[in-house]
Design a protein around this ligand. Structure first.
Ligand code: CLF
Ligand code: SF4
Length: 301
């Protein structure tokens, strides 16, 4: 029988039980790592500061080392040897994991030669996602995160000054509408393939904070497994993190208030640590500086 945990069917429980982001419980026992193999991006978010890692999933920090797929595989092998809790390899930037899909796919291929049992996870803004749905399923990727900050292109135009799509740049509401349509198409395609999805939303006070209630409804209707509302980290110390000058992040009480309003909708993730694109270790822990390229042993491949 399909017996899982609580009201979760076994085939779903199987996919979440050792993923530190998809299961709150698992994050006490399992570690994730990211490899920064995706430097380029196909959209511009007003909150992005590409000097740092993708604000899809990151806080301002030190620029991560850009790796080739082969270097990434060596790094993963080195981490796996020292961090027995490692269960998931994620590609989460510093740009978009699907813009240069060939490189992301090559990374998974290289890593699986060394570590056939590792799980893979990708995070994307969703623009390129509909083009790669079948390949994701083929690479045995059970977990995909899409950053969705709006379902209304008028709000989107305040967040995204432009997107680059099929060789052309689109701005304003037109660009935001294409992004929105691609995100919804991608989410539906993942759901229909049984791939678990997490939606990250960056909460931007005065721009999309109340609108995220609508976002939560729309993603739930399309089968999203988790909704992770992340506070905008305003980056005053590092200059222009947000294209709209003076934009602040939400106060903790504002974030909590919004999360309370979302209760009963798509399940909320509340233990996100807004990892860097090269994070290594348990959530909230970062061993990345122990595994920089110069410190990696040679691996026979
Ligand atoms: Fe990485 Fe993201 Fe996969 Fe997790 S992180 S690609 S789903 S393996 Fe996790 Fe980090 Fe939050 Fe991301 S705590 S920022 S949700
Ligand atoms: Fe920056 Fe990520 Fe937005 Fe691309 S998707 S512009 S890397 S925050």
């Amino acid at each position: 029988s399909d017996k899982g945990q609580g009201d979760m069917p076994a085939h779903i429980w199987d996919k979440v039980k050792d993923h530190p982001c998809y299961s709150e419980e698992a994050h006490h026992y399992f570690a994730r790592m990211h490899v920064a193999v995706a430097p380029a991006c196909n959209i511009q978010c007003n909150y992005c500061n590409r000097k740092y890692d993708c604000a899809n999933e990151s806080r301002p920090g030190v620029t991560s080392e850009k790796l080739t797929p082969e270097q990434a595989a060596r790094k993963v092998a080195a981490v796996a040897a020292k961090v027995p809790q490692l269960s998931v390899l994620g590609i989460a930037g510093p740009g978009d994991s699907m813009f240069d899909w060939k490189k992301t796919a090559a990374t998974f291929r290289e890593v699986s030669k060394l570590l056939p049992d590792l799980k893979y996870c990708v995070s994307t803004n969703g623009l390129a996602l509909p083009d790669h749905l079948d390949e994701l399923a083929g690479h045995n990727i059970d977990h995909v995160t899409i950053t969705i900050n709006m379902v209304d292109p008028e709000i989107g135009a305040l967040i995204y000054p432009w997107i680059y799509f099929k060789g052309k740049r689109y701005t304003g509401i037109e660009g935001a509408r294409i992004l929105h349509e691609r995100q919804m198409e991608g989410l539906e395609g993942l759901t229909s393939r049984g791939i678990l999805t997490k939606i990250n939303s960056v909460m931007i006070p005065g721009i999309n904070d109340q609108h995220l209630i609508e976002v939560n409804k729309e993603i739930k209707a399309r089968g999203a497994f988790l909704h992770n509302v992340m506070p905008l980290i305003s980056d005053a110390a590092h200059g222009t993190a947000f294209g709209l000058s003076g934009q602040r992040g939400p106060k903790p009480a504002e974030l909590k208030d919004l999360q309370d309003k979302l209760a009963g909708g798509a399940n909320l993730m509340r233990h996100c640590r807004q990892c860097r694109a090269d994070a290594v270790g348990m959530l909230g822990e970062d061993l990345s500086q122990d595994f920089t390229l110069d410190k990696l042993p040679e691996v026979a491949t």
